[in-house]
Design a protein around this ligand. Structure first.
Ligand code: CTP
Length: 402
């Protein structure tokens, strides 16, 4: 899938730089055209001669080629690339990419690049978990960059922990798969609900839940990257959308989410109901703040919210797919299967609250996917971005078998 692709390989000053020679070799062997850009520090770890020999092109590391005065255009490079990979990405380069400090050719090209960007961090474990690095990596993610998580193992410092650059073969596979799957949702319209809903009680209080929206947003991004036109109906969350193929509609309550979804559902190929919708709302919303000096403790009367997943399941016509989620604490598979039937879903993604790294607020998830035909697939605990890949693969399989 990489044949003919233009790939920029950015190398920064980390000990893992020597491994990037194999990555360049793998890309070239697969038929890709590779342009290596090195930061000045990277040259302390591996020579440009090795990389220019492997890539078949002079390595770029300065704004100007010293002996000719020729200007290396970061804009042209940014437009030329089908993908940019920064491997290894040091804490310093990640920080520069996150904040736009364009003081070398690599970061300048990054800022000009229109193509998908893959970042393979490599650093010591303490640097890796410093809040500054964590925040900068999150910023890169929010720009739509793909983070290739470092592996755990023995580091250059001889400490053991997370921070070792992912092996070149695996980085290669990530890109290969990216291009292979790149457009398998092309032409499809995807509708996704995400986050919690909030149900007002009075002007300052509400009923809600701990959903962060991360899973739904990861799904929206994955679908958009694979060619879909996505409508993301989001409850109140603290997340950003950057992909141009995602239209975001912000709502607050379950009723608003229901109305936004149902008005768009007829023109949808697949609806992914990922939101943690509040099951009940206050029957009457007080127009003034409920005061503490009440004569009695107030009772809040609740009424049922619409079930959005069920409503889409009922409205579904031939060819449309609905996917639900189930967050369960016990009898997980039985309950999930029951929801699949009751809501007329084609597939349900089960999270168990018994798994410590699954569910709300955390960045990882562990899911079991149950299809209408009874097929059950259990997945390992992974970052939500990777869980999104698994879920979308299953959805593509549903389309292929329709
Ligand atoms: N769902 C929905 N609208 C609701 C409630 C749930 O669209 N009012 C969707 C969720 O987005 C999820 C699925 O239905 O895809 C299951 O949600 P869950 O809260 O697990 O199920 P409930 O039907 O609310 O059942 P319970 O809370 O009793 O487990």
């Amino acid at each position: 899938m990489l044949k003919g692709k233009h790939i920029i390989v950015g190398i920064t000053g980390g000990i893992a730089a020597y491994k990037t020679a194999s990555l360049v070799r793998l890309f070239v062997k697969a038929g890709a055209e590779v342009q290596v850009i090195m930061t000045p520090n990277a040259r302390e770890f591996i020579t440009p001669v090795t990389l220019s020999t492997l890539s078949g092109k002079p390595v770029i590391s300065e704004f100007f080629t010293a002996n000719t005065g020729q200007w290396n255009s970061h804009v042209d490079l940014g437009l030329w690339a089908d993908a940019m990979v920064v491997a290894p990405a040091t804490a310093s380069t990640i920080a520069k990419m996150a904040t736009g400090v364009a003081d070398n050719m690599l970061v300048t090209t990054y800022l000009s690049a229109k193509a998908p960007v893959f970042v393979a961090p490599a650093m010591d474990l303490d640097m890796m978990r410093h809040p500054s690095t964590v925040r900068n990596i999150e910023l890169l993610r929010s720009y739509g960059n793909h983070i290739i998580e470092p592996a755990a193992g023995e580091l250059a410092s001889h400490l053991i922990g997370k921070g070792r650059m992912e092996e070149p073969e695996n980085i290669f596979k990530v890109l290969d798969r990216f291009f292979e799957q790149a457009q398998d949702l092309s032409g499809k319209k995807v509708l996704i609900t995400a986050g919690p809903t909030i149900e007002r009680i009075d002007p300052v209080r509400f009923i809600s839940n701990f959903s962060s929206g991360k899973m739904g947003f990861a799904l929206a991004r994955e679908c958009a990257c694979r060619g879909a036109q996505v409508t993301l109906v989001a409850g109140p969350v603290n997340l950003k959308v950057t992909h141009p193929s995602i239209e975001r509609i912000d709502v607050e309550s379950a009723v608003q989410m229901h109305d936004a979804v149902m008005s768009r559902f007829p023109d949808t190929d697949v609806a992914i109901l990922c939101a943690a919708v509040a099951d009940y709302r206050a029957k009457n919303i007080a127009d003034k703040k409920i005061k503490r000096e009440h004569t009695d403790v107030p009772t809040i009367e609740l009424e049922k919210n619409p079930d959005i997943a069920k409503a889409t399941g009922e409205a579904k016509r031939d060819g449309q797919i609905t996917v639900g989620f189930a967050l369960e604490t016990d009898n997980e598979q039985v309950n999930a299967q029951e929801k699949l039937g009751k809501k007329n879903l084609d597939m349900i993604v089960l999270n168990s609250l018994r798994d410590p790294n699954a569910g709300f607020a955390v960045d990882t998830n562990k899911v079991t996917i149950i299809k209408r035909n009874g097929k059950v697939d259990e997945y390992d605990c992974k970052p939500k971005s990777e869980v999104a890949v698994d879920i979308v693969n299953e959805i593509v399989e549903l389309f292929n078998n329709k």
